[in-house]
Design a binder for this molecule. Structure first.
Ligand code: ATP
Ligand code: MG
Length: 414
């Protein structure tokens, strides 16, 4: 379970999943004590007092059985319980190895939450491949760089905010040669960030996936990392991708539309939500709610979530693109863009900025945007804030920004 949730949220998920036992780390004692449900709770400090029993080891796994119920990270609303089967995890780990390769020396550094699929899938790969994992309980860039050197880490999973912090910490330094894959997923990757990695010779593999696909679904092979910068690559071996319009019809090559995915690592459905399952999974194709396109060679480009799309005077604007430009400014440490209602254009983009250099001005940011973006994509307003709302997966919660905007006047802009 996500240890950042409140006792109420945890109680809800425990009830929804009909869990029988909650095993928790003792440092979460206070939170756990507030969980109101009849569930049996076992703290890790009680392990030694438990009575030993002989258990029979499962000799055979039925790949169709559900083994994990994992709640989505809740970027767009309440998390949904995704049912993942043994087969989903097995195929996911194999598809990853068929693409990235598997080497005897491989060691994966896990600093992403293991209650999300990004982290949990690393543990699954470890079991299936017999590969060591170095596990950090949180992301600390200094410790990451130290451990990459100390343990000769070869591969690591990151989201873009982590990669940015890692680059800043690295300064003019370099990662050792034993490091061969920075698997970057979780959300749109700002282009300037990818370009800095190319400069620093960090091998970044952009990947696209979600809880519903039991992690990686598409990944960019290393030989294309420069030529196809910004792409999340091709569907992994057993997977397929389609792009459709709002009527569910395939769009012409190169056109934007909703990303549909199909493959043996795709969930069988959402727990206790037959309505959502029927709506999202049709003929084994999962409707992801993400927008993207396939180029003429079948490489996937993920633009943004459908629910975050800004339509301004009939033009589609993807907030992630504008955020990428703003984040390329050295004085900006975080940026979030949403659509604000507008009489003339229906919607216009507005930006929330966290400064790393107090001297950064609105004028300067606008000039940068003017240089990089078409006129209709320019933010109409800049709000300077202390920090941006992000969930445990470090994803920007644009729905919270929309709430901020609605409450404008309560002191967000200064
Ligand atoms: P919820 O479904 O509860 O709102 P969530 O979708 O953030 O939460 P996850 O399953 O952890 O929960 O995240 C998967 C989503 O992350 C994808 O559907 C997509 O929107 C985004 N994502 C993942 N990889 C990429 C990528 N390479 N580029 C852009 N977006 C990505
Ligand atoms: Mg989702």
């Amino acid at each position: 379970m996500n240890n950042r949730l409140t006792p109420e949220e945890l109680s809800w998920q425990l009830g929804d999943s009909e869990a029988k036992v909650l095993v928790y780390e003792t440092r979460f004692e206070d939170k756990v004590s507030e969980i109101n449900s009849g569930i049996r709770k076992i703290g890790t400090d009680e392990w030694s007092q438990l009575q030993e029993k002989t258990v029979s080891i499962l000799e055979e796994y039925n790949l169709d059985d559900v083994t994990t119920i994992m709640y989505t990270s809740g970027t767009t609303g309440n998390p949904k319980g995704v049912m993942q089967t043994y087969g989903n995890h097995w195929w996911s780990a194999n598809a990853s190895a068929l693409n990235l390769g598997l080497h005897e020396q491989d060691k994966w550094l896990c600093t992403v939450p293991i209650f999300h699929i990004s982290g949990y899938s690393i543990l699954m790969r470890s079991q299936i491949y017999g590969m060591p994992v170095v596990l950090h309980s949180s992301f600390e860039e200094k410790k990451v760089i130290e451990d990459i050197q100390r343990y000769k880490i070869s591969i690591m999973s990151v989201v873009s905010t982590m990669l940015r912090r890692l680059l800043d910490e690295l300064g003019t330094g370099r990662l050792p040669n034993s490091f061969h894959c920075m698997l970057l997923g979780g959300g749109p990757a700002p282009l300037p960030l990818l370009e800095s990695c190319i400069d620093k010779e960090i091998p970044v593999f952009q990947t696209y996936g979600m809880t519903e696909t039991s992690s990686q679904f598409a990944t960019l092979s290393p030989e294309y990392s420069i030529e196809r910068v910004g792409s999340a690559g091709k569907a992994l071996f057993p997977n397929q991708i389609r792009i459709v319009d709002s009527d569910g019809q395939d769009v012409p090559q190169g056109a934007d539309g909703e990303i549909l995915v199909k493959g043996p690592n795709v969930t069988i459905g959402y727990l206790n939500r037959p309505d959502v399952t029927a709506d999202k999974i049709r003929d084994k194709w999962l409707h992801t709610g993400d927008i993207g396109y396939l180029d003429s060679d079948g490489f996937l480009y993920v633009l943004d979530r459908r629910s975050d799309l800004i339509i301004s005077g009939g033009e589609n604007i993807y907030p992630a693109e504008i955020e990428g430009v703003l984040l390329s400014h050295p004085g900006v440490s975080d940026a979030g863009v949403i659509g604000a209602p507008d009489e003339k254009w229906q919607q216009v983009p507005v930006a929330f900025i966290v400064k790393s250099d107090p001297g950064v001005s609105e004028k300067e940011l606008l000039a940068l945007c003017e240089e990089k973006l078409a006129k209709y994509k320019l933010p109409k307003k800049f709000y300077f804030v202390e920090s941006l709302p992000r969930n445990a997966a470090k994803k920007l919660l644009r729905r919270k920004l929309r709430e901020w905007l609605e409450a404008e006047g309560d002191g967000i802009g200064h």
